[in-house]
Write a protein that binds this ligand. Structure first.
Ligand code: GRG
Length: 271
């Protein structure tokens, strides 16, 4: 199968599995369906599958766990108390469509659903347990939540330098991206050195992804954004350096053609 065909095939597998996990008898279904369908790039689940191809069935389950967590974080991030955004993925944000209380609950429901699915999988074997541990650590107090906390609570007038921005983004955005690569490798029963290698690669991809995102969002001048904080020249240099490092890492990898294809798409995306 060509990598382009595989990309479409994996997206359809991910979407089918997400639909399977969303119980259409649930009172939350309308909100969950609204937030989980349409527009998301499914980047994190694709990363899980790219390193988890040897165990696609279990990789798909954890790919959904991560995507549910990612979507909960976006729903909460859009709330008036956080970023106060009206639109996401070219449609109304969850709170604009269903009201604030329902959006909070919908985010909570997605996080809980992710826990339920992961715990079910954990009861089957130890590598699933390790995968779940990695995911919830990455989403938690020393990962995504920490990044979000720092982002919200840092005084934007403080002298923000590249090091501080990296710390925020390695947690806020990078932790789930890094973990996506590692979880696939854990489920494929790769050696620890490979799992560590994917950790390092994932951090670089996470940062490059964020700098690129900031490039598209640089008109939002009151947000912590690489372009606004350290300037265009320095940001582009960092993005280029990271890009070279990522390709250097990928060149060392035998096989993993889909991962290489996917990373190229991430680094070359135009929006
Ligand atoms: C509120 C608990 C909590 C956490 C929020 C991830 C996060 C933490 C906030 C997101 C803020 C944000 C928009 C950061 C920019 C990078 C980013 C994560 C973009 C969204 O990810 P994509 O582009 O989204 O993969 P899609 O829509 O494709 O799923």
């Amino acid at each position: 199968m060509t990598e382009i065909k595989k990309f479409d095939y994996y997206i359809s597998l991910i979407n089918e599995k997400i639909a399977f996990f969303l119980d259409d008898r649930s009172v939350f279904y309308e909100q969950l369906f609204y937030c989980m369908s349409g527009g998301g790039k499914r980047l994190r689940p694709l990363l899980v599958l790219s390193t988890g191809e040897k165990n696609l069935e279990e990789a798909l389950v954890f790919a959904c766990v991560i995507e549910f967590i990612h979507n909960y974080s976006l729903i909460h991030d859009d709330l008036p108390a956080m970023d106060n955004d009206d639109y996401r993925r070219n449609k109304l944000t969850c709170h604009k469509k269903f009201g604030e209380a329902n959006a909070i609950l919908t985010g909570d429901a997605l996080l809980n659903l992710a826990c339920e699915i992961a715990i079910d999988a954990c009861m089957k074997n130890n590598k699933n347990l390790l995968a779940a541990k990695k995911i919830f650590e990455a989403a938690g107090l020393n990962g995504m939540l920490k990044g979000q906390f720092l982002d919200i609570n840092l005084n934007k007038r403080d002298n923000i330098n590249a090091k501080i921005l990296d710390e925020i983004n390695l947690n806020k955005t990078g932790a789930l991206i890094k973990t996506s690569l590692q979880v696939g490798a854990i489920l494929s029963q790769e050696k620890n050195e490979i799992i560590d290698f994917f950790g390092e690669l994932g951090e670089k991809i996470g940062l490059a992804f964020q700098i690129k995102d900031d490039m598209f969002d640089r008109e939002k001048i009151d947000e912590l954004n690489y372009f606004n904080m350290i300037g265009e020249k320095e940001s582009i240099k960092r993005l280029n350096d990271l890009t070279s490092e990522i390709y250097f890492c990928l060149d060392k990898l035998d096989g993993y053609d889909f991962l290489k294809y996917l990373v190229k798409i991430i680094l070359e995306r135009k929006n």
